[in-house]
Design a protein around this ligand. Sequence first.
Ligand code: PLP
Length: 434
Amino acid sequence: MFERAKRALAGGVSSQFRAMSAPHPMYYERALGSRVWDVDGNELLDFTLSQGPCILGHSHPELLKRVTAAIELGQLFAGQFEEEVLLAETLQRLIPSAQRIRFSSSGSEANHAALRLARYVTGKPKFIKFEGHYHGWFDNVAFGINPKREQLGVSEDPNTIAWGGGIPDELADQVVVLPWNDLTLVEEALSKHHSEIGAIITEPLMSNQGCIEPRPGYLQGLRALCDRFDVALIFDEIITGFRLDLGGAQTHFGVTPDLSVFGKALACGFPLSALVGKERFMSPLERNEVYHGGTLNANNASIAAALATVDILERDDAKAHRHLVEQGKELRDRLGTLGRDLEVPLLVQGPGPMFHVGFTARSEVTEYRDTLDYDTATYGKFVSYMLAQNVRLIGRGLWYISSAHTAEDVDLCLKAAEKALYTMIERQEVERVG
Ligand code: PLP
């Protein structure tokens, strides 16, 4: 299939991230619950969840039924409808910063709109983003995503490294890249350049690389600095949203940003993102002073999927959400214990609904520069051994759990991980510690 796909799809895929799965891009036929079936008929236990969105697992029957019923009435009005308003009202209820909402189709677009609004409202063109954070693939944020060690520069003044080719050099002048989780560096940058810096964009928990929790007081510190220097605080909640808490990381950590962006889990695999924010930052859209568009925005299927997703996650005292958090923590903790028992340098960290697994001698990873110590080749081997036992993982170490994962799935995965690690020890493919 890969050979055939390459002759039609550039690189055989529709996203660069899908090209990265070993031993080659994978091709699938169907998916249900915690499982996906590939074109060779293998049933895989899935911890990628389509890079995060499928928070209820795949093909949740109630969700599909509700989407099917919705699209029988139309697929895209390109005009407003009650369910769209209802979803916006639901987000207002759940998310502290959501005074006003706009829907788009992807996280990249919504982040684009957030930065445009922040620049307009503050009247300042530059923004701070952090090393290793990914806010989509658009030009203005495609800096400092995964620079190599030798490209980084000093922590106090890192180089602004573009994410591949085709990104205009002059855009780098608009971006101040800093290491994450160090408030002093942000304070220094703002003290010097606050007259030009209109926004700080950050994942509230650095999910994409290392699944790193903010240091105690870090987000509160960012909030205080933004207030002091009239800078918009933007939370990119594309991963944390609905996963960490139904009200996002802003509820979990108790810090309210000015603007924030939700996607992925919001519509459980249907294309939908939401830009939510405080009145001050969203009102330029109401006055037609800042533009935001998108032909497919708030399409009927995605809105119905999001309403169903939130409904299912919230009902019975958030039973489904509590279940996924519990399973995630259980799997995370037992993987950590397994690594320690087998005396391999396996570091497992993250909140539970998502977490990161990697091989490193470090006992903790607190920012992007630490993640460069991960032995990615060894993790690649682990992923291959897991795939050989029909467990599907993301190659860069991020694991996602859904409400469809059961205690049996967790046991099965741990058995596979144990076998994979034993094989690696036997073949001397992983170093022993201790
Ligand atoms: N922000 C974060 C934190 C992400 O992880 C992603 C995608 O992985 C995006 C933004 C971009 O979202 P999308 O792929 O929907 O454009």
